[in-house]
Write a protein that binds this ligand. Structure first.
Ligand code: SAT
Ligand code: MN
Length: 597
C-alpha cells in the first residue's frame, strides 16, 4: 500500500471481500500515471491490450465476443419489497440474490489481483459529489476508472477515518487457472452474469462481465441507479443527461441538460460545434448529471464523471470533431478495428475504408467483408480535460444553473423536430413518455420502439412510478426557477427513408430557438402536443436543406399521434397506484386536445 488507510469500515470490507474471493494479491490503487503505465504494460505483455503506434499512450482492447455491452436482462434492483424496484426493473430478494452471488464470488479471484479503486464521482470538494470504492479483479477496469473518475490516493485522504463511501464489488467471474490462463478477456457465461444493486444499503455487486457499464461501477451502477434512489430520499436528482453551456453573441449564457437513451447522440450534442455564427458551445458532461437546488433556488448540476465512454462508430471529424480531438492520446479503445499502421478504425470515421484492418474479433477484414470491422457498441474512453471545448470551469464544485431540460429519442416517424412543453407538469409528461428505437448499447434486439422515460428505463434504481413523482416534487420545490422543458427528435425520416433534418452542428439552430423561447423573443404555434416552431421561427440562415423536408420535420400530425394515447395508457398502467395522478391528468388532457384538433 503506497498510502495509509485509517478507515476501519473500509479496511474491514476489503478484508472480508478478499476472504471470500481469494485473490492472490491486493493492490490499493494510488491513481498515479506510473501505476496506469505499469498495468497497461502488463496487459500488453499478455496480449490483452495493443499499444497504438499512431496515438500516444493509447491502447486497443478486444473483449470476448459475448461481452460487448450492458446486459439489462441480467441487471437487478434488489429491494426488500419487490414493489419498491417497480415493474421496469428485474428484482430478486436481497437475501436470495446475496446467497447466489456469494456462491459465485467464492474463490472467483483466485490467481488474480484484487484492485482497490477509490473514486470520487464529481470534484472532490463539491457538495454534490460522492465517493465510491470499487474492488475489481480487472486491470482494464482500473485503467478505465482512472480516466472516467477522479481515482486514487486523494480520495482515500478525503475519506479520512469515517467518511461515507459506496461499496462496489466487481469480478469478471473467471479465476485464473489452467483453463483460463491464456484467455485475454475472461468473463462468465450470460446466465452467470449479475449486475446487482442494493439501493437500500447503497451497495453494488457485479459479477461476470468486464465491459462498460457492467464493470466500470462508478458510471451507470453508482452515478445513476444507486444515486437516483439516494437522490429520491435526499431531495436531489441523478439523471442520464449531458450538460452543455451555450453563449449567444451578446454573451448571455444558457445551461442545458439533455436526456437521450444510450447511443442516441448525447456525446455529439454535448460537444456540438454550432453552425450559427456567434454562438459558442462548451461541454460540461456527456452522460450523467447530478443536480441539487442551490441557495438561490435554482437547480445546479455537476458532471460526476471525469472522462467520456463514447460510442466509436459514426464518430468522425464531420460528425463530432471535438470528440475526435479528445481521443488523440491517452485514450482506451475497446472493440474497434486496428489498422495496419497501428491506429484505430471504425465504420463512419472520416475517409475511405482502409484496404485491410484487423476487425474487433481479431480477424483480417477488407471492405469486401460482410461483417462490421468495429463492433456497433465499440467505445473510446478519453479524459474530459482533453476535450477542446470543455468549459474552463467544468469542475466548479457548485455546478452550473440549469435553464433548459431536453428529452428525446430516436423516432423515425410521428414526433416532430422540437416541441416546447406548456408547463412543468407537461414537461414531466414528455419525459415520462419518451420513446426510442433500441440501440446496440444493450445486448438485445436493435431498432425496436420502446418507452424509455427520461432515458432512465435501464438506470432508475427504484420504482419508476415513484421516480415520476420525484420529478413533480422537484418541480414544486423549484417553482418559477424550474428549467423550461423541451422534447426533440433529430431522427425523423420521410416515407422514402431519408432524414428530415441534417442533425449534428445544425442542431444548434434548434438550441438557439429554445434559448430565445426562454427569453421570450422567438415565436411558436400552439399544437395539441405543445408549442412547435414554424420554419420562420427557427434561424435557418445558411442552411442548405430542402424546404419540404423542413416543413415535414416540424409537422404535427394529429391522426398519427392518436394511437400514442392508448399506448401511453398501457405503458402507464403497469405502475398501478404508484403512477402519479398528475401524469394521468396530462394524458387525459393530451387526448382531449388531439380529439379537439
Ligand atoms: O456501457 S455503458 O453503460 O457505460 C454505456 C451506455 O450504455 O450508455
Ligand atoms: Mn449513457
Amino acid at each position: 500500500m503506497s498510502y495509509e488507510v485509517k478507515h476501519a469500515a473500509l479496511l474491514k470490507w476489503v478484508h472480508e471481500t478478499a476472504e471470500l474471493t481469494q485473490p492472490d494479491a491486493i493492490h490499493w490503487c494510488d491513481g498515479s500515471q506510473a501505476e496506469y503505465d505499469q498495468l497497461m504494460a502488463q496487459m500488453v505483455e499478455i496480449g490483452m491490450a495493443t499499444a497504438l503506434k499512431k496515438r500516444p499512450n493509447s491502447f486497443l482492447f478486444r473483449s470476448d465476443p459475448s461481452d460487448v455491452a450492458r446486459v439489462e436482462a441480467r441487471t437487478f434492483i434488489s429491494t426488500t419489497n419487490k414493489a419498491d424496484a417497480g415493474p421496469t426493473n428485474n428484482w430478486i430478494a436481497p437475501d436470495l440474490l446475496k446467497a447466489t452471488m456469494t456462491d459465485l464470488y467464492w474463490g472467483c479471484m483466485k490467481g488474480r489481483t484484487m484492485y482497490v479503486i477509490p473514486f470520487s464521482m464529481g470534484p472532490l470538494d463539491s457538495p454534490i459529489a460522492a465517493i465510491g470504492v470499487e474492488l475489481s479483479d480487472s486491470p482494464y477496469v482500473v485503467c478505465n476508472m482512472r480516466i472516467m473518475t477522479r481515482m486514487g490516493k486523494t480520495v482515500i485522504e478525503k475519506l479520512g477515518d469515517t467518511g461515507r463511501f459506496f461499496p462496489a464489488v466487481h469480478s469478471i467471474g473467471s479465476p485464473c487457472d489452467d483453463t483460463t490462463i491464456n484467455q485475454v478477456w475472461p468473463c462468465a457465461e450470460i446466465d452467470h452474469k449479475y449486475i446487482s444493486h442494493f439501493p437500500e444499503e447503497g451497495l453494488i455487486w457485479s459479477y461476470g462481465s468486464g465491459y462498460g457499464g457492467n464493470a466500470l461501477l462508478g458510471k451507470k451502477c453508482l452515478a445513476l441507479r444507486i444515486a437516483s434512489a439516494t437522490g429520491k430520499r435526499e431531495g436531489w436528482m441523478a439523471e442520464h443527461m449531458l450538460i452543455l453551456r451555450l453563449t449567444n453573441p451578446a454573451g448571455r449564457q444558457y445551461h442545458i441538460a439533455a436526456a437521450f437513451p444510450s447511443a442516441c447522440g448525447k456525446t455529439n450534442l454535448a460537444m456540438i460545434t454550432p453552425t450559427i455564427p456567434g454562438w459558442k458551445a462548451e461541454c460540461i458532461g456527456d452522460d450523467i448529471a447530478w443536480m441539487k437546488p442551490g441557495p438561490d433556488g435554482r437547480l445546479y448540476a455537476i458532471n460526476p464523471e471525469a472522462g467520456f465512454f463514447g460510442v466509436a462508430p459514426g464518430t468522425s471529424y464531420a460528425t463530432n470533431p471535438m470528440a475526435m480531438e479528445t481521443m488523440k492520446e491517452n485514450s482506451i479503445f475497446t472493440n474497434t478495428a486496428l489498422t495496419d499502421d497501428g491506429d484505430v478504425w471504425w465504420e463512419g470515421i472520416d475517409g475511405a475504408p482502409p484496404a485491410h484492418v484487423i476487425d474487433w474479433k481479431g480477424r483480417d477484414w477488407t471492405p469486401a467483408s460482410k461483417d462490421l470491422a468495429a463492433h456497433a457498441n465499440s467505445r473510446f474512453t478519453a479524459p474530459a480535460t482533453q476535450c477542446p471545448i470543455i468549459a474552463r470551469d467544468w469542475e466548479n464544485p457548485l455546478g452550473v444553473p440549469i435553464d433548459i431540460f431536453i428529452f428525446g429519442g430516436r423516432r423515425a416517424s410521428v414526433v416532430p423536430l422540437v416541441t416546447e412543453s406548456f408547463n412543468w407538469d407537461h414537461g414531466v409528461f414528455m419525459g415520462a413518455t419518451a420513446a426510442s428505437e433500441t440501440t446496440a448499447a444493450n445486448i438485445g434486439a436493435v431498432g425496436n420502439l420502446r418507452r424509455d422515460p427520461f432515458a432512465m428505463m435501464p438506470f432508475c434504481g427504484y420504482n419508476m412510478g415513484d421516480y415520476f413523482q420525484h420529478w413533480f416534487d422537484m418541480g414544486d420545490t423549484l417553482g418559477s426557477n424550474a428549467p423550461k422543458v423541451f422534447y426533440v427528435n433529430w431522427f425523423r425520416k420521410n416515407t422514402a427513408g431519408k432524414w428530415l433534418w441534417p442533425g449534428y452542428g445544425e442542431n444548434s439552430r434548434v438550441l438557439k430557438w429554445m434559448c430565445e423561447r426562454l427569453d421570450g423573443t422567438a415565436g411558436a404555434v400552439e399544437t395539441p402536443i405543445g408549442f412547435v416552431p414554424t420554419e420562420a421561427d427557427i434561424d435557418l440562415n445558411g442552411l442548405d436543406w430542402p424546404i419540404d423536408r423542413l416543413q415535414e420535420v416540424l409537422k404535427v400530425d394529429a391522426p398519427a399521434w392518436l394511437p400514442e394515447v392508448p399506448d401511453i395508457a398501457k405503458f402507464f398502467s403497469q405502475f398501478g397506484d404508484r403512477l402519479p395522478a398528475r401524469l394521468t391528468a396530462q394524458l387525459d388532457a393530451l387526448a382531449a386536445r388531439l380529439k379537439a384538433s
